[in-house]
Design a protein around this ligand. Structure first.
Ligand code: ADP
Length: 193
């Protein structure tokens, strides 16, 4: 098969807490027929199950802090080597630190694959708190949200720089309704495929 166009099958969705990553990730993954892999969902499932990982991360998540990079490396590596991720995936919530970005690069290199794009959902900080409060998850109390946004600004947003050099970032205005964001993403994916 001759692939004349840029294929989008290995993607990240990136943005602050409350940007709508999870919602759009499900949509994009369905469109591209790839699994949406949310580290937040995986950790919440572990907490609900009460397994060793869940017991370790429960209080960390509850206060809006980040789970350590070593633990996350294990979680992500185990997930990305599964059969359903072999031909593509959309990662949501990882990487969240520079170290995680480096780990991801290593995992991908080991499999001789590379990222095709980073979808960046850009949302101004002042609308995030209200959005997250409307959602009402266990870690969605106002103080915890403010902490998560602070952690995002300090540790996660700089991760974008890691991907700038390779020209991987596709920016989307996330400060619109769900359908409008979806349409913007459609337009972007259409343009780059
Ligand atoms: P949000 O949609 O608000 O960004 P997530 O569902 O992605 O939230 O993550 C919820 C929580 O899970 C985070 O606040 C953090 O405690 C933990 N978590 C998820 N992914 C990671 C990660 N890659 N590194 C460290 N902690 C993580």
């Amino acid at each position: 098969m001759v692939a004349a166009k840029r294929e989008l099958s290995r993607l990240l969705i990136f943005g602050p807490p409350g940007a709508g990553k999870g919602t759009q990730a499900e949509y994009i993954a369905a469109q591209l027929r790839i699994p949406a892999i949310s580290t937040g969902e995986m950790l919440r499932a572990a907490v609900a199950e009460g397994n060793e990982l869940g017991q370790m991360v429960d209080s960390i998540m509850a206060k809006g802090a980040l789970v350590d990079d070593g633990t996350m490396a294990g979680v992500v590596r185990a997930r990305l080597v599964k059969e359903d991720a072999r031909d593509g995936f959309l990662l949501d919530g990882y990487p969240r630190t520079r170290g995680q970005a480096e780990t991801l690069a290593t995992i991908l290199q080991e499999q001789d694959i590379a990222l095709d794009a980073v979808i960046y959902l850009d949302v101004p900080e002042d609308v995030l708190v209200d959005r997250v409060l409307a959602r009402g998850r266990a870690d969605d109390q106002e103080e915890v949200i403010r902490e998560r946004i602070k952690v995002y600004e300090r540790k996660t947003k700089p991760v974008l720089d890691f991907y700038r050099g390779d020209d991987l970032i596709l920016s989307v205005d996330g400060n619109q309704g769900i359908d409008e964001v979806r349409q913007s993403i459609d337009a972007l994916l259409g343009e780059s495929t």
